[in-house]
Design a binder for this molecule. Structure first.
Ligand SMILES: Nc1ncnc2c1ncn2[C@@H]1O[C@H](COP(=O)(O)OP(=O)(O)OP(=O)(O)O)[C@@H](O)[C@H]1O
Length: 292
């Protein structure tokens, strides 16, 4: 597959604070990615660099194989920012008209359908919208643009659960008909796990892990048992986190657990459960170890 975005050894500091460090990332054609990280992890800084709004101190960004130069915006890209302070005096429909001028795959029929689905009043001004409605305007632009590279920074901010589900469903349905590269940046792993195929996890400006969602699910385990048994069983396995209470230990393990391992665990009185993704994310970050 061809790389739509390739970041190599990206670094960006603001004063003494390193927002992004030695970061490598590759987005391939026709894939939905999740970029996950806590507040301040460096997600927006990375997205701003990929979309040409900021420039790395050093390192390289290539879009469709072509190095992105300072001040240059990548072609065929739609970036829906988390904070859109601009154009507050514009009406919803005016914002859509403006966006459509920059997007060669823009589909007006789809845009009108989305306005209807999301129950937005096209004649309302942006400043009159709630935070959730403002997110919806961004979501409509991202969807109707059908840009080969579509990037959303926190797309469901302020949306209630029904609207979130609607957005994710529409995204997946439209993607099935019009495949493209989509990057969703968020701190809500459980929600995007249903939508994305691959995940990059960022912490303190560096990528901690990148893998297929299915691999992450298959390898995330929560073990509980006697401390001695857990110590024996986890020897040589990747332990993200562990905590002991009395002579019992809970361990979050990120590794393949074969049937033969399960038999051993049984004999040691260890219980193995799947680890919910949000917990996996929390333990991974707590451990802070790079395992990708
Ligand atoms: N313009 C700036 N000037 C100074 N520091 C900045 C600037 N932009 C970002 N930072 C710092 O860089 C780090 C990464 O910020 P960034 O906004 O990229 O994180 P984020 O993962 O997008 O966070 P959030 O989920 O809260 O939006 C933070 O420590 C932040 O304070």
């Amino acid at each position: 597959m061809n790389a739509v975005v390739e970041c190599t050894n990206l670094n960006r500091s603001y004063g003494r604070s390193k927002a992004v460090r030695s970061l490598n990332l590759k987005l391939e054609e026709n894939t939905i990615y999740g970029l996950l990280g806590r507040n301040g992890a460096g997600k927006t800084t990375l997205l701003n660099m990929i979309t040409g709004g900021d420039f790395p101190d050093y390192g390289e960004i290539a879009i469709a194989g072509k190095p992105l130069r300072r001040g240059e915006s990548p072609a065929d890209t739609c970036y829906i920012r988390e904070k859109n302070f601009l154009f507050k005096g514009f009406k919803v429909i005016e914002i859509l008209k403006l966006a459509s001028k920059f997007q060669r795959n823009w589909d007006w029929d789809f845009a009108h359908e989305l306005i209807h689905t999301f129950k937005l009043n096209p004649n309302k001004k942006i400043r009159q919208l709630s935070r959730g409605m403002e997110s919806l305007v961004g979501n409509i632009i991202g969807l109707a643009s059908r840009a080969p590279l579509t990037i959303y920074d926190e797309p469901v901010l302020g949306l209630d659960v029904i609207m979130r589900e609607k957005f994710y469903r529409l995204l997946v349905e439209d993607y099935a008909e019009h495949p493209r590269t989509i990057l969703l940046s968020t701190h809500l792993i459980d929600e995007i796990a249903k939508v994305v195929e691959r995940i990059y996890i960022i912490e303190e400006g560096a990528i901690l892990l990148h893998d297929d969602v299915d691999n992450i699910r298959a390898q995330s385990h929560m073990l509980t048992g006697a401390s001695e048994a857990i110590a024996k069983f986890t020897l040589g396995k990747r332990v993200l986190y562990q905590d002991s209470y009395g002579n019992h230990t809970l361990a979050a393990v990120y590794d393949v657990i074969e049937e033969s391992d399960r038999a051993i665990a049984d004999s040691l009185g260890i219980s193995i459960e799947g680890l919910p993704l949000q917990k996996f994310f929390a333990y991974l970050i707590e451990g802070g170890e790079q395992i990708g």
